[in-house]
Design a protein around this ligand. Structure first.
Ligand code: SF4
Length: 402
């Protein structure tokens, strides 16, 4: 049994999340040097990019892209700033983008404007000849950072030792996790899920074992289990900094779902009080949230679902309808801009973009594109062969399920 205790740490990105929060509603980019004042971690880059104004960067990116032509595809997650989105060949959620990347076999380079786990997934699914680039290596994800592979391996060993005579445990990891955790799931009979197919993967897992270990987002795991009729008294949260996750062996034996103690620092900002406030202001409001929100928030909302579900639901809604949305602000603003016949606003009145997504400043995009034109691949993300093979097993299981 793994008994060595680790020192509790709060991922820096969690602490930094509030650094970009503002009340003036404006998310327009400034020069990177000015944005450095937010006091968060940024990857160092040459000074000419640091000082360049957004208009200048716009020209530099346009020219560099044109020079590279079909040699690359630029992918952008929905949570990226508009100044990045406009250069994307495709925008989408992490899985849609990775699938697209895999289909673009002729592209030599895949520039992934998102966060690290997404670039890793694109590398897992693309051909070995293709190179995946993450413009800023500091663009991690606070949720993914909450499940360090060493802690997850300790947890897995503890569960095997404690529960080996009491039915199997099937690991499910959310797409928002490192390649190492996807690999752990692949070699231990587990599976990957997205926010749109989590319920299907739970059913798949319960056909193969008595329990689920769900990583790394406790909220998506809890919301999914409740949706499937599993009681809160059949779930527990695994704290990686306590022996046996903070539980007795008997408690573990009784649990059907073991939730990793992780969360999204963006989606846990949305509360029932905000929903009540929105309903008071707009009696006809439709409240839609992401399933990474707290259970109470999801239950108080009118609908919940993945990023693509939120976009499609509002896009297909009748003209004149009113929407309060519990997801990342850059996306909420864009949905509003693209649906001018509807009222769309964020549940949280404080404007807080995902602090790690926001680190893909146009200066970084210009820097990596210029590098490619000069024959230098800056910030390549490359997963080792064994991890790639095992992680692909878990990803392929998901593809066979949904
Ligand atoms: S929105 Fe949440 S889960 Fe998504 S990248 Fe940001 S911190 Fe991670």
């Amino acid at each position: 049994m793994a008994t060595q205790l680790r020192v509790p740490t709060v991922p820096i990105t969690e602490l930094e999340q509030s650094a970009f929060c503002r009340t003036d509603e404006s998310l327009d980019s400034k020069s990177l040097a000015e944005e450095f004042d937010a006091g968060v971690r940024w990857q160092k880059l040459p000074i000419s990019y640091l000082k360049a104004r957004p208009e200048e960067l716009n020209i530099r990116i346009t020219e560099a892209r044109a020079q590279l032509g079909d040699r690359l595809v630029v992918l952008s997650h929905h949570y990226q700033r508009n100044e990045i989105i406009k250069f994307a060949d495709l925008r989408g959620d992490s899985f849609k983008l990775s699938q697209y990347a895999a289909s673009q076999e002729e592209a030599e380079f895949i520039i992934f404007c998102g966060v690290l786990f997404m670039a890793e997934t694109a590398d897992l699914l693309s051909s070995p000849a293709q190179k995946v680039v993450l413009p800023n290596l500091e663009a991690g994800c606070s949720m993914a950072d909450m499940a360090h592979i060493d802690d997850v391996l300790d947890c897995w060993d503890d569960l095997q030792e404690t529960l080996s005579d009491f039915g199997g445990v099937v690991p499910i990891t959310y797409m928002n996790s490192t390649a190492a955790i996807k690999a752990l799931c692949g070699r231990n009979g587990g599976i990957v899920c997205t926010s749109s197919n989590a319920a299907a993967t739970f059913k798949w897992a319960f056909e193969r074992g008595d329990r689920v270990l769900f990583l790394p987002d406790q909220h998506l795991g809890r919301n999914t289990a409740v949706k499937l009729g599993i009681g809160l008294d059949e779930m527990l949260v695994w704290n990686p900094f306590k022996p046996l996750g903070g539980h007795t062996a008997d408690e573990l034996k009784k649990a059907r779902v073991i939730l990793w103690q992780g969360h999204c620092s963006v989606h846990t900002r949305f509360t029932v009080a905000q929903i009540e406030e929105a309903r008071e202001k707009y009696p006809d409001v439709n409240v839609i949230v992401h399933p990474e929100c707290f259970l109470e928030t999801v239950q108080a909302a009118d609908a919940n679902g993945s990023t693509e579900f939120i976009i499609d639901t509002i896009g297909n809604a009748p003209s004149g309808s009113v929407w309060a949305v519990g997801t990342e602000i850059s996306l909420v603003n864009r949905i509003g801009q693209e649906n001018p016949d509807k009222t769309v606003f964020c549940l949280d009145s404080v404007v807080c973009p995902c602090s790690t997504m926001y680190r893909i400043h146009p200066a970084y995009l210009a820097w990596v594109l210029d590098g490619l034109n000069e024959g230098v691949v800056v910030n390549q993300i490359s997963v080792d062969d064994q991890t790639r093979e095992e992680a692909r097993v878990a990803l392929n299981r998901m593809l066979a399920v949904v």
